[in-house]
Write a protein that binds this ligand. Sequence first.
Ligand SMILES: NC(=O)c1ccc[n+]([C@@H]2O[C@H](COP(=O)([O-])OP(=O)(O)OC[C@H]3O[C@@H](n4cnc5c(N)ncnc54)[C@H](OP(=O)(O)O)[C@@H]3O)[C@@H](O)[C@H]2O)c1
Length: 268
Amino acid sequence: MSIRLGIIGGGVMAEAILTRLLASQLYPANSLLVSEPQSSRRDFLAETYGINVTDNNQTTLQATEALLLAVKPQILDKVTSQLTLDAVGNYPLILSILAGTPLNRLETAFPNFPVIRVMPNTPATVGEGMTAIAPGTQVKPSHLALATSIFEAVGEVVEVTESLMDGVTGLSGSGPAFVALMIEALSDGGVASGLPRAIATKLAIQTVLGTATLMKETGLHPGQLKDNVTSPGGTTIAGVAKLEEKGFRSAVIEAVKTAYRRSQDLGK
Ligand SMILES: NC(=O)c1ccc[n+]([C@@H]2O[C@H](COP(=O)([O-])OP(=O)(O)OC[C@H]3O[C@@H](n4cnc5c(N)ncnc54)[C@H](OP(=O)(O)O)[C@@H]3O)[C@@H](O)[C@H]2O)c1
């Protein structure tokens, strides 16, 4: 079978994406080709998933549908210098997950190719990612549909204009760390209230997961959910009042805004 999807860089994100693509049967193993410099990593990917591997980035350009760039952003110039683009017979869709790497840089590196900039997040590794995609100038609806189907295999997908990518980075990109902090703090609060650590952490994780699932499945507004669980003079409203006193919501808002501004600065 011909190679439909090439991947340059066989690291953490590449593995997360390809495992889900295989599980969803969107791509059979023999239609995937990963280029990776480390031989032990190549062997691992080939043996674990039955996919094609190479140490030659150029061969990934034979992909008929898409080429996923999954190297660290600082490696991009090295990768593009290893590619001879004028020899290619087809123009697969370039999907870049390189954080902070703008479309104009990618389109300059891949002239005449359709390019989509993609921002996934860490929960993609368990199929619960949130991915934003921003199309470049050569992108057609069929390319957007292809990108959406690939990243829907690792979670949810939204399309945004590139100007919103820094906001995406501040929220869903950095968000897993903010939520992890919240879970740790909930667990600490439980321990401070006498719960064993293991039980406190389990309660904290399931409470965050369950609350998110409840809101996602019912469409409940966050404020409505909060109202539903705060009875007059009860325990929850006492806790909510303390969070307000300590500036919890303001701290979270400022965290997202600060991450957004940092993403803007890093992109300059
Ligand atoms: N992890 C996340 O949650 C996340 C979220 C959003 C976006 N991203 C983006 O995803 C990209 C990949 O991140 P990652 O966490 O998967 O990194 P990673 O695990 O370090 O993967 C990068 C892979 O590329 C390989 N590589 C290095 N030089 C190469 C070359 N010249 N040609 C081909 N492959 C080469 C590396 O091999 P060696 O190990 O041998 O160097 C490594 O296996 C980054 O640009 C990051 O900004 C990651």
